[in-house]
Design a protein around this ligand. Structure first.
Ligand code: ASP
Ligand code: MG
Length: 450
C-alpha cells in the first residue's frame, strides 16, 4: 500500500482562482496528499456538451467558446507567472474550436468525449500553476497515459488491471517527488482515443486512481461538508453524518444522493480505502468518513431522492403459470444493453425502472428496438415524471414496527413499486415527481427529527 492520499476536487472546488487557492491550502495542510484529481471548472463541461451536441450555429458556437475562454482567463490573470499556462490553455481552446466545428457537421460520441475532456485538461493546467505559486512542488500529469478504458465513448468502462500496471510504472514514481495534479473523468482506450466515464465521473476516476496507486485514503472535496441525512435543500433540518459504512453509502449513491458518483465506492471497497467527503469551502467543518467498520449502525441513516425515473410495465397473460417470462424479458433487455434498476413482479407482469447510464441527464429511454422485441412477447407500458425515494439504514429486515411508521407517514401518497428485502440497507419506492419533495420532508421529520 502507498502511504499517500488521493484528493479529488469537484467543479465548484476549482471554479475560479479563489476556489483553487483554497484547494492548494487543503493540500498544503495535508502532507500526505501526493495525488490530486481535478474536475473541469464549474460549468465548463456543460458548455462543452452543448458544443458537442453540434446543434448550435456558428454565432452561438463563438459565444460559448468566449464563455469558456473567460472562465479560464479569469484565473490566468490572477497568476504571478501565467506565460506557459496561458499558452497551454489557449492551445486547448483552439482544439475546442476545431472540434466544435466538426461536431456541427457531424456529432458523434467519440468526438463528444474528445471535446468534453478539454475541460479537465484546462483546469489541471490552472490548478497546477496556482499550487506552484503557493509553494507546492506540483506537476501536471495527463491521466490518459494511465487510465485505460474500453471504447464505449460517453460511459467507458475502466480496465482495472491495465490501469494499475500503468500507474505503477508512470504515476507512483512521480508521486514520490511531486504532488501530481491530474484529470478526473477522462481516460483513453487501447488505440489512444480519449474516452470519458460519464457525467460526474471524476469521483469514480479518483477512486480508480486511488485503487491503482494503492492509496491510503481518498478525499473527495466538494461543496458540501459531507453526506447529510438528506439533501438540506429539501429538508432544512438535515444534518451531516460523521461516519457511514461502505454498504450504506453505496446504496445512497446508487439511489440518488448526488454527493458521489454511484460507482465511486466500488474501487474503494475492493481495496478497502477509506473515503472522506468534505467541503473545500469550509474544510474546518469536517465531513463524512466512509469506512468498512463503523461505530454505529442506526436503523435509519438517510433518505435519498432521484428524479427522472422511467417505469416500464410488461404484462403477458400468456405467461400465467408458464416459465421463462422474466428470462425472455431480461434477455431482450440485455441484448440491447438496457440496464435495469428496480424491479417488482407478479405472476404475469413485471415493472422495472431504467438505469440512468449515459451523459444526457434526462429520463432514460427504452430503445425503440428493445420495445419492439418486447411487444412481441407482452404489452409494454411506459410511465415517466416519477421520482425514486430511498430510505437507507441497517438491519431493516430484522426490525419490527417501522413499516407502519414509514408507510403511515406517507398514507396520503400513492406509492408505486415498493422494493424491499433484497438488501438490509434499503427500502425504496416511486412517487409522482410533484410530491417527491413532500415525501422526503415528511419522512425526514418523522424518522430523523423526532
Ligand atoms: N466535469 C465532468 C462533469 O461535469 C466530470 C466531473 O466533474 O465529475 O460531469
Ligand atoms: Mg460530481
Amino acid at each position: 500500500m502507498s502511504s499517500f492520499n488521493v484528493a479529488k476536487f469537484g467543479g465548484t472546488s476549482v471554479a475560479n482562482f479563489e476556489a483553487m487557492s483554497r484547494c492548494a491550502i487543503i493540500i498544503e495542510n495535508n502532507l500526505n496528499t501526493k495525488l490530486v484529481v481535478s474536475s473541469a471548472c464549474s460549468g465548463v463541461t456543460n458548455l462543452l456538451v452543448e458544443l458537442a451536441n453540434g446543434v448550435v450555429n456558428e454565432q452561438q458556437r463563438i459565444k460559448i467558446i468566449e464563455k469558456l475562454a473567460d472562465i479560464h482567463q479569469a484565473v490566468l490573470t490572477r497568476l504571478e507567472d501565467s506565460t506557459n499556462t496561458e499558452a497551454e490553455v489557449s492551445k486547448i481552446l483552439d482544439t475546442v474550436s476545431h472540434l466544435a466545428e466538426d461536431a456541427s457537421i457531424q456529432a458523434s460520441k467519440k468526438l463528444t468525449d474528445q471535446l468534453v475532456s478539454c475541460g479537465e485538461l484546462m483546469s489541471t493546467h490552472l490548478l497546477t500553476q496556482v499550487m506552484r505559486e503557493q509553494g507546492i512542488n506540483a506537476i501536471r500529469f495527463d491521466i490518459r497515459q494511465v487510465l485505460r478504458t474500453n471504447d464505449d465513448f460517453g460511459k467507458a468502462e475502466p480496465n482495472v488491471a491495465q490501469t494499475a500496471q500503468l500507474a505503477k510504472e508512470k504515476l507512483v514514481p512521480l508521486c514520490q517527488e511531486f504532488v501530481v495534479v491530474t484529470q478526473g473523468f477522462i481516460g483513453s482506450d487501447e488505440q489512444g482515443n480519449t474516452t470519458t466515464l460519464g457525467r460526474g465521473g471524476s469521483d469514480y476516476s479518483a477512486a480508480l486512481i486511488a485503487e491503482a496507486v494503492k492509496a491510503k485514503g481518498l478525499e473527495i472535496w466538494t461543496d458540501v461538508p459531507g453526506i447529510y441525512t438528506t439533501d438540506p435543500r429539501i429538508a432544512e433540518k438535515a444534518t451531516p453524518i460523521p461516519e457511514i459504512s461502505f454498504s450504506e453509502a453505496s446504496e445512497m449513491a446508487n439511489f440518488g444522493a448526488k454527493i458521489l458518483h454511484p460507482s465511486t465506492l466500488v474501487p474503494a471497497l475492493r481495496h478497502d480505502i477509506p473515503v472522506f467527503v468534505g467541503s473545500s469551502k469550509e474544510p474546518e467543518k469536517g465531513g463524512t468518513w466512509i469506512r468498512h467498520q463503523v461505530q454505529s449502525s442506526p436503523l435509519f441513516r438517510a433518505l435519498a431522492l432521484r428524479d427522472n425515473q422511467t417505469m416500464v410495465t410488461l404484462r403477458s397473460a400468456k405467461m400465467f403459470h408458464a416459465y421463462g417470462f422474466l428470462a425472455k424479458v431480461f434477455e431482450i433487455l440485455a441484448k440491447h444493453k438496457v440496464s435495469v434498476d428496480l424491479i417488482t413482479t407478479s405472476e404475469i407482469s413485471v415493472s422495472l425502472t431504467l438505469d440512468q447510464t449515459d451523459t444526457s441527464g434526462g429520463a432514460p429511454q427504452l430503445p425503440a428496438v428493445a420495445r419492439k422485441e418486447l411487444e412481441e412477447l407482452c404489452t409494454v407500458e411506459i410511465e415517466q415524471n416519477l421520482s425514486l425515494v430511498a430510505l437507507i439504514g441497517n438491519n431493516m429486515g430484522e426490525s419490527r414496527g417501522y413499516a407502519k411508521q414509514v408507510f403511515g407517514t406517507l398514507e396520503d401518497l400513492n406509492l408505486r413499486m415498493i422494493c424491499f428485502g433484497a438488501s438490509p440497507h434499503n427500502l425504496c419506492f416511486l412517487v409522482h415527481e410533484s410530491v417527491s419533495r413532500h415525501a422526503i420532508q415528511k419522512l425526514h421529520q418523522e424518522l430523523f427529527e423526532a
